[in-house]
Ligand binder design. Structure first.
Ligand SMILES: NC(=O)c1ccc[n+]([C@@H]2O[C@H](COP(=O)([O-])OP(=O)(O)OC[C@H]3O[C@@H](n4cnc5c(N)ncnc54)[C@H](OP(=O)(O)O)[C@@H]3O)[C@@H](O)[C@H]2O)c1
Length: 341
């Protein structure tokens, strides 16, 4: 029987200070939007060194290197994987390239942190996991939310049964994009599911496991991607979950966990640093987790610090985002795509 322990205070995060993580030498594949923010966060909050950046176009790599003070700019992603002054590669290219580049990096002897989604389907994600074992390299998906201090607090609350019996989780994530964004391009595995929906989906499946049933609806966008998707799932222990995602504009962008004895709301924007609120079922007691919401995804360094700690310790995965969890999320993606495309 589940026995609820009503918290009197919220637990403290156990995520170590990112600045204390052993410094590794990072190579960046793909000098785009997220790569800039990742390198900026590393330089601001950690002792990690970014030693090389590679682009399909040398001029783009050189411009990025100059902006961020990176010593080496190279043409092509293979050139990053081959550099002796790189310990770990950050794959920051479009989704469709993640699997090939993760495998390239590991087969070249590098550890790898791969932007979300780990791959575009579960089969490719399984291949990545096989290569990680065969090459004995660290490999993890950069689903940055799951490395944040607040996520560790949330996990402790669930481990302590602070909601009583967990009944349901719901989330949503929508953003506005200008028409030239890669999200509209089917050749780049566009659509909101892999870009945005992957957050609530991954949070849900990492907390309550794979779906036992799944229903989904989507609407098509004229460019050939699915423009918005709504998903309902059931999980073990009769947990119900739902999320929807859209590329047409901002949604509420929160995550809500409902238990018999309390409700936990991860306030918008749920996938970055920011506040959470625990409320007893009758609303008489409220505990607030206070954390400034990060501007411009400033928080991407926690996943890099975790990679550095694990690699330095000789470990090849992280419990914060094991490859098996990435595969479970992509199996759900496969099931959603099968009924919405
Ligand atoms: N963690 C987060 O909060 C977050 C936020 C945004 C994006 N992401 C993830 O990061 C990845 C990159 O997203 P982004 O927003 O940074 O995209 P972006 O600005 O468009 O950059 C993507 C990079 O991919 C490379 N690329 C390789 N093949 C390409 C192709 N066929 N077409 C276009 N670019 C190609 C490009 O580098 P070169 O051409 O210079 O080699 C480009 O710099 C995505 O998988 C996304 O899911 C994560």
């Amino acid at each position: 029987m589940l026995v609820m322990t009503p918290p009197t205070t919220l637990p403290a995060s156990r995520v170590p200070d990112p600045r204390q993580a052993p410094p590794l030498r990072w190579g960046v594949m793909g000098p785009g939007w997220i790569a800039s923010r990742f390198v900026g966060a590393l330089q601001k909050h950690t002792a990690q060194q970014v030693t090389a950046v590679g682009s399909r176009d040398l001029a783009r790599a050189a411009s990025f290197a100059q902006q961020w003070g990176v010593d080496v700019a190279v043409e092509g992603y293979e050139a990053v994987a081959e550099r002796p002054d790189v310990d770990v590669v950050y794959v920051a290219t479009t989704h469709d390239t993640h699997a090939d580049l993760a495998i390239l990096a590991m087969e070249s002897g590098k550890h790898v942190l791969v932007e979300k989604p780990l791959a575009t389907n579960a089969g490719d994600a399984r291949k990545i996991a096989e290569v990680a074992v065969a090459t004995d390299r660290y490999c993890a998906e950069a689903l940055w939310t799951l490395y944040l201090p607040k996520w560790d607090v949330l996990r402790q609350l669930l481990d302590d049964c602070a909601l009583g019996r967990l009944r349901s989780i719901s989330g949503e994530y929508g953003e506005h994009f200008t028409g030239d964004h890669r999200i509209f391009d089917p050749a780049l595995a566009g659509g909101p599911l892999l870009d945005l929906g992957i957050y609530p989906l991954s949070m849900i499946t990492s907390l309550v496991g794979p779906p036992t049933t799944l229903t989904a609806s989507g609407t098509a966008h004229p460019t050939g991607v699915t423009g918005q998707v709504a998903v309902t799932m059931t999980h073990d222990d009769d947990v119900l979950s739902s999320f929807w995602t859209t590329m047409y504009g901002a949604a509420r962008n929160d995550l809500r966990l409902v238990g018999d004895d309390a409700v936990l709301v991860v306030e918008p924007v749920h996938n970055g640093p920011g506040p959470m609120t625990w409320s007893s079922a009758d609303g008489s007691r409220v505990l607030a987790y206070e954390e400034p919401s990060a501007l411009h995804v400033d928080g991407l360094h926690f996943q890099a610090a975790e990679a550095a700690r694990r690699i330095a310790a000789g470990e090849r995965e992280t419990p914060m985002r094991p490859l098996s969890d990435s595969i479970v999320a992509l199996e759900a993606v496969d099931a959603i795509v099968a009924v919405t495309s």
